[in-house]
Design a protein around this ligand. Structure first.
Ligand code: 5GP
Length: 236
């Protein structure tokens, strides 16, 4: 397959067209941003780790019945994915209070939630990804009720599968952000990435943060944490 012109460059990835109209190639970068692009940096080797970790987790989810965009990893940083139009929602699932939820509701980070929390943010850099609810989503025409019901159902299934999988590796899944896309025939599938950039992973024993919060909060050993996640998931 041939890599053709670049379609898009995001904060962490580039997307290229290919000679197959139904397939794209994603290329993961080492660039890191936080706080809507206000904080910028580089995490050495992040592109390789996120590519491999995301593919590994998506493979596990596919095996368990979740449709994803993953087709084939073609290099350390590049993966062939199905062409989708991204639904402009950040779907956030939370098991333990942290980050913006802890701040907004005045909870101490690490507080176990009595019920899984599902949140949606409208993807818009200009607006700073505002929190929206189901009715905003229908009102703006972002998704229909049927589509959003499916997205919610996949999101809870993904939470169960990922939490169980990571628990065996001594990783607690605190929260995560996922994105869904629509294929040209209208099928909704999991897209984007699942990685230490998009999840909060805490060591189950020590509570150590093994994710992008180390970069966001200047906690040090950012690269070490990303490597530790890859080691636990892929054994290397
Ligand atoms: P919070 O809303 O607490 O900042 O984030 C909740 C979860 O979603 C965290 O795991 C965080 O990594 C992820 N998340 C939320 N928004 C973004 C975003 O714009 N980019 C990335 N990479 N992750 C996000």
């Amino acid at each position: 397959m041939k890599k053709l012109e670049q379609l898009y460059e995001g904060k962490a990835k580039k997307v290229f067209k290919t000679d197959d109209p139904n397939l794209y190639i994603v290329d993961y970068k080492d660039d890191a941003t936080a706080f809507n692009g206000l904080k910028k940096g580089t995490i050495e080797g992040k592109g390789i780790i996120n590519n491999r970790v995301s593919n590994h987790l998506m493979k596990m989810l596919e095996k368990n019945g979740i449709p994803t965009h993953l087709v084939e990893e073609i290099s350390d940083r590049e993966t062939v994915v199905k062409k989708v139009t991204i639904i402009p929602l950040e779907v956030i699932v939370r098991n333990i209070a942290a980050g913006s939820l802890a701040k907004r509701l005045g909870l101490e980070e690490g507080t176990k939630l009595k019920h899984t929390v599902l949140e949606y943010c409208y993807k818009s850099d200009e607006l700073g990804d505002p929190l929206v609810n189901d009715y905003h989503i229908y009102a703006l025409g972002i998704a229909t009720k049927e589509e959003l019901d499916l997205i919610a159902s996949y999101s809870f299934q993904i939470n169960q599968l990922m939490s169980d999988y990571l628990k065996d590796l001594n990783i607690e899944l605190i929260d995560y952000k996922i994105e869904f896309g629509k294929t040209p025939d209208g099928t909704i599938i999991l897209a984007d990435e699942i990685s230490p950039d998009t999840c909060r992973f805490w060591d189950s024993v020590t509570g150590e943060k093994l994710d992008k919060d180390r970069f966001r909060r200047d906690l040090g050993n950012v690269e070490g944490a990303y490597h530790e996640i890859m080691k636990r998931l892929l054994g290397e």
